[in-house]
Design a protein around this ligand. Sequence first.
Ligand code: C2E
Ligand code: CA
Ligand code: CA
Ligand code: CA
Length: 278
Amino acid sequence: CKQGSRNSYRFFNPEMQLRSVRQVQMENALRKALEREQLRLFYQPQISLTTGKVVGIEALIRWQHPEFGLVSPMEFIPLAEESGLILPIGEWVLVTAIQQMKNWLDQGIAPMTIAVNLSAVQLREKNIAQIVRQLLEEANLPAEYLELELTETAAMSEPEKAIELLDELHSLGVSIAIDDFGTGYSSFAYLTRFKINKLKIDQSFVRRIGTHTEAEVIIDSIISLTQSLNLKTVAEGVETEEHLNFLREKGCGEVQGYYFSKPKPAEEIENWLREYIK
Ligand code: C2E
Ligand code: CA
Ligand code: CA
Ligand code: CA
């Protein structure tokens, strides 16, 4: 059996065809998701380990489709990126999150930042900084309340462009977090040239606290790194007391995870906030 014929069989693999039909159907459905108001944002709090206060809230997108059900962003964000739909969807996320933050500010719910995920595709958009500036202006929200999360991989894929963009965003006054830190490749030299405020320790490391020494060593070194670069650290995926104690002992500044709250709709997170503050 030759290599070549194995490859041609793979091409006709019915399972693969099925998967791509689902993808095509989903992409078509995603095109209509915005106008049909099937997209929503959920919110998850970020807690300071030094003060115990809620210092931020991350906005996470959800897609509720009548047939597909609740589709994970892990599945539909890549589709949105391939099709370019991420641009209007990403803008909707920004508008919605900014409005929500403004609303919370007006209600006097403790000042904090709202963190919004930006896709690598949005970063390549020429005028993304202008879009952000305009949306903040329209909503009358001071830039310091907005934090943008971009993944390590997105930032490092075209580092010179990222430096320029981060400079622009920094001068607007928004803060920047590098998401999924430790999973990609980072150069120390670039890290110091990026105008960033925070590194988010990826949950794959946090999950292994207590069972995998290598993960603990990595977390420890990321925290030391952020301290020497004068950055903040957020650990994501914090689920247990053990995770929390380890992170506190190592000097991690902020935590986020199911231990405190799952991502929830706005009204539910408001209730959670009121309860937490009490
Ligand atoms: P991410 O930005 O790394 O977000 C963290 C993910 O971990 C979220 O999954 C969150 O719900 C989940 N999570 C939070 N705490 C815990 C925990 O304690 N344990 C576990 N097991 N998981 C936890 P989600 O909401 O499904 O989002 C998945 C990914 O989709 C995000 O990863 C992000 O890359 C992407 N995403 C979500 N919303 C947006 C968006 O508005 N725009 C873009 N471009 N990407 C988004
Ligand atoms: Ca994120
Ligand atoms: Ca992350
Ligand atoms: Ca992630």
